[in-house]
Design a protein around this ligand. Structure first.
Ligand code: M6R
Length: 622
């Protein structure tokens, strides 16, 4: 999704801006650009990769001490150079070429009232060069500018509806940069020399430049100048350093190293044993304190709840669906799981004794944040997040948190973050079970032992990669696939199907196997591979009946079976034998071959695995 980098310095900041964009590339984008003050506004924009933008800059010798840069993920207007940010203001009253702009601006988010703002600015004589909603902010600031950019931006913000993080500068005040945010993340970086200051949508963009970060909160506006900065809150009241402290943040640029792997997704799949070990590090017993927030005690909250509501999107939603099985069978607590983008807009019946659990890798997903705020506005104040980014908006806004330690995930298709979420959710299940008197010491010890062994068990599953590659060769020639699972492995089938469609562009659907005969069986022919997650659990015999239904229609089965599932390979029946049956934690193992299947199928089809078309890593717009 869109990324922002901005800087004010006494040195040429173009290399920092462009390297910052390169670090944000993993979020997904379709165009990029950079603008600086150099005796006026100058810019370079591209619909290719950041590396192409770098080549353009090298040719044009673009340099400056104040500037902004952006990676764009198109929402309004096609991916095209004229729609790429930064945008410049033009006019009013003259054609754009005869009237050089004075305001340069980049924006993440969506301005909902852009049509009406555009009409009123056009009526004033402003000429629009793009189809973006962003350009209206640029002209709006220009129309309100009277020698003080901070005042012009503040005045403009009052007219904007929607979500935004912006960075803006003006050629008439060349050593000043203004940033503001509502609904989209923005951070301020303080340079080691305390002279240079930066803005970015993500601390990762400034890795290697500064680790001194101030997190802007909803409605904050930043006025950045050489050697100094000011912040005001949403009421434009000045903020003190204590209110918005500078934090030391270690955003590892090293995470961007591919090492021996072909793609980040492959690297991240193989990092799962380490990600789970790190996420569970130090957990030797089940304690509610594991989930304490900055100011809240989980022990107190857990005593005050009688149900769980999980809110998440995409892969994170599927980890929530898996956790529902654990929470209801182990902790015996009623649990509902909702897609965040649906929950936020539907009429629901709030229960103040519900624990609202958000699950998010990035901690910045707009729909999940909005769903959390909606639940809070309905009086559900007990909130907990399972999140991979400790400094994210989600962690800041939830009462309690469990930070997964998957490490930075670059591939758009989430893999290690998913299994790390499952580890966090299993711990939450045990903590709630304990709080409700449902966890004996023997059971606690058994579960901890199984969790400790997870990294080794994952390693054994990863060793199955050559067998999965053989399956992928078959899948690469298909256009449709069906995934089946039952019980807590049904969400794993859903996740397998999502992975395959996301990166290989093969149409894939997942069903609880018992539903097959209620409709999807009509699709089954010899051209339809049917992936079946078949662990040796209580539902295995039922699942075997469903598999017969597929075979009888000529469907070709690809089965993930445990050692003792007693399913043998045969004509039209391909079996990969998982190393061991892993009880309640089995979903964490069974998802791994499905990740590998999607990955190798995509490689065989030659898609852009880490940056699949139309998708972004961090979905910070609605
Ligand atoms: O950062 P989040 O976990 O909140 O992201 C949620 C989804 O956007 C994300 O899981 C998405 O579905 C991935 N591309 C799945 O691989």
């Amino acid at each position: 999704m869109c990324g922002i980098v901005g800087a004010v310095s006494n040195q040429n900041i173009v290399p920092i801006l462009v390297q910052g964009l390169a670090r944000l590339e993993y979020r997904g984008y379709d165009s990029c650009g950079v603008a600086v003050y150099a005796n006026g506004l100058k810019r370079a924009r591209s619909t290719a990769r950041v590396s192409e933008l770098m080549a353009q800059i090298a040719t044009t010798h673009l340099q400056g001490t104040t500037g902004i840069a952006h990676t764009r993920w198109a929402t309004h207007g096609a991916p095209a150079v004229h729609n790429a940010h930064p945008h410049f203001s033009h006019g009013p009253g003259a054609d754009a070429s005869s009237r050089p702009g004075r305001i340069a601006l980049v924006h993440n988010g969506i301005i909902e009232n852009h049509d009406e703002l555009r009409a009123s600015l056009q009526a004033k004589g402003y000429l629009f060069q793009s189809q973006t909603d962003t350009e209206v902010i640029c002209h709006l600031v220009d129309s309100l500018y009277d020698g003080d950019l901070f005042e012009a931006v503040k005045a403009a913000l009052g007219s904007l509806r929607g979500a935004y993080a912006i960075a803006v500068f003006c050629k008439d005040e060349p050593h000043r940069l203004i940033g503001a945010r509502v609904g989209s993340p923005l951070i301020l970086g303080v340079g080691p020399d305390s002279q240079s200051h930066y803005l970015a949508s993500d601390a990762m963009a400034l890795a290697g430049v500064t680790d001194q970060i101030v997190y802007l909160e909803e409605g904050d506006v930043a006025d950045i100048q050489l050697g100094k900065y000011w912040l005001v809150d949403k009421a434009f009241k000045p903020l003190t350093a204590a209110q918005r402290p500078v934090k030391t943040v270690h955003a590892h640029s090293g995470a961007a190293e591919l090492g021996p792997y072909r793609h980040y997704m492959q690297k991240e799949i193989f990092e799962q044993p380490r990600a789970i070990a790190d996420t569970l590090e130090g957990v030797t017993s089940i304690q509610p304190e594991l989930f304490d927030g900055a100011d809240a005690s989980a022990a107190r909250v857990f005593k005050d709840i009688d149900s769980v509501l999980i809110l998440a999107c995409g892969t994170s939603y599927y980890s929530g669906c898996t956790a529902k099985y654990w929470l209801e069978s182990i902790a015996k607590i009623p649990t509902q799981v909702e897609v965040a983008s649906e929950y936020r807009y539907r009429d629901s019946v709030p229960n103040p004794r519900t624990l609202v659990v958000t699950i998010t890798q990035s901690g910045e997903t707009a729909d999940t944040l909005a769903a959390l705020r909606h639940a809070q506005s309905l009086g559900m104040t007990h909130t907990l997040t399972i999140c991979n980014v400790a400094t994210s908006a989600m962690v800041r806004e939830c009462e309690l948190a469990y930070i997964t330690r998957a490490g930075v995930e670059i591939g758009v298709a989430s893999t290690k973050a998913f299994t790390a979420q499952l580890a966090g959710l299993f711990l939450l299940t045990l903590a709630l079970a304990q709080s409700r008197g449902m966890l004996s010491d023997t059971e606690e010890a058994r579960h901890i032992k199984a969790m400790r062994h997870l990294p080794a068990a994952l390693q054994a599953v990863l060793a199955l990669e050559p067998q999965v590659i053989a399956w992928a060769e078959d899948f690469a020639a298909k256009e449709n696939a069906l995934f089946l699972g039952r019980g807590m492995h049904y969400p794993i089938a859903l996740e397998g199907a999502l992975k395959l469609k996301e990166i290989s562009y093969i149409h894939a659907e997942a069903y609880p196997a018992g539903e097959l005969k209620h409709g999807p069986l009509a699709l089954v022919t010899s051209a339809m591979p049917v992936v079946t997650v078949a662990p040796h659990d209580a539902l295995l015999e039922k699942l075997k009946s469903n598999m017969h239904e597929v075979r009888a229609r000529g469907g070709v089965l690809y089965v993930l079976a445990d050692a003792d599932s007693k399913i043998e390979s045969a004509e039209g029946l391909h079996v990969i034998r998982m190393p061991e049956h892993y009880g309640e934690l089995s979903p964490m193992l069974h998802v791994v071959p499905l990740q590998l299947l999607a990955y190798h199928t995509a490689c065989a089809r030659g898609t852009d695995v880490d940056k699949p078309r139309n998708l972004a890593k961090s979905v910070t717009v609605e």
